[in-house]
Design a protein around this ligand. Structure first.
Ligand code: AP5
Length: 211
């Protein structure tokens, strides 16, 4: 099953993608994580993405479609994938659709995590993430250890207030139209009220998926 997760920054896409991946037994593919790993490794792709990411702008569609081509044709995604934040523009939605068609697959479900801006800003201004495995945390200070891998928790540069404001604006301008694009292409977008405790959101999500 191929599931696309949509939603503004801080809506909980990464958190829920990890939980769904464990429940459904299919991998999570988060383009943000792939890009941050590329940056840490000092690859051309990572260096190209850095300035866009630090400002909270989207990296070019060509870079994202290149990543999606690599991962969706890899053996890891044979049984499907949970695409976390991997589709953020209409050309990306179109490109992914075409790419999947060529390999005899399609997007099976599109989920939209809905949270209002005030809560999003609150979540992002208090988030730390593991430098190693990228797990996000609330209420843990930078420098603390990750429960999962022992890595160091850090603040993301794009969680600074100015970058957060830009990310919300970019979401409204460039990503929100993707919702209408899927609707117009006969793929019902399942909206989840994600302003609730993590467990409750997971339950709502599984219910929406019929699981
Ligand atoms: P990315 O890393 O994907 O960032 P994002 O979409 O802005 O999403 P976030 O990771 O900020 O939030 P999330 O929804 O995953 O929430 P999380 O679970 O962490 O992308 C970063 C950048 O990479 C982009 O800005 C862009 O430059 C580039 N990029 C990536 N993909 C791209 C693409 N396709 N096209 C172009 N550019 C791309 O949760 C947030 C916080 O809230 C955490 O602290 C968490 O613990 C907490 N939390 C989660 N759920 C709850 C809950 N239910 N209640 C309370 N707290 C909660």
């Amino acid at each position: 099953m191929i599931i696309v997760l949509l939603g503004p920054p801080g809506a909980g896409k990464g958190t829920q993608a990890d939980l769904l991946s464990a429940k459904l037994g299919i991998p999570k593919i988060a383009t943000g994580d792939v890009l941050r790993a590329a940056l840490r490794d000092g690859t051309k792709r990572g260096l190209e993405a850095k300035a866009y990411m630090d400002r909270g702008d989207l990296v070019p569609d060509s870079v994202i479609l290149g990543i999606l081509q690599d991962v969706m044709t890899s053996p890891a995604a044979k049984e499907g994938a949970i695409l976390d934040g991997a589709v953020r523009t209409v050309p990306q939605a179109e490109g992914l659709g075409k790419m999947l068609k060529e390999i005899g697959k399609k997007v099976d479900r599109v989920l939209l995590f809905d949270v209002d801006d005030e809560e999003l800003v609150k979540r992002l201004s208090t988030r730390t993430v593991c430098e190693g495995c990228q797990t996000p945390y609330m209420g843990r200070d930078p420098g603390a250890k990750c429960e999962k891998c022992g890595g160091k928790l850090v603040r993301r540069k794009d969680d600074e207030p100015e970058a957060v404001r830009n990310r919300l604006e970019v979401y409204r301008r460039q990503t929100a139209p993707v919702i209408d694009w899927y609707d117009d292409n006969k793929m019902k977008v399942l909206k989840i009220d994600a302003d609730a405790p993590v467990d409750a959101v997971t339950k709502r999500t599984l219910k929406a998926l019929g699981k």
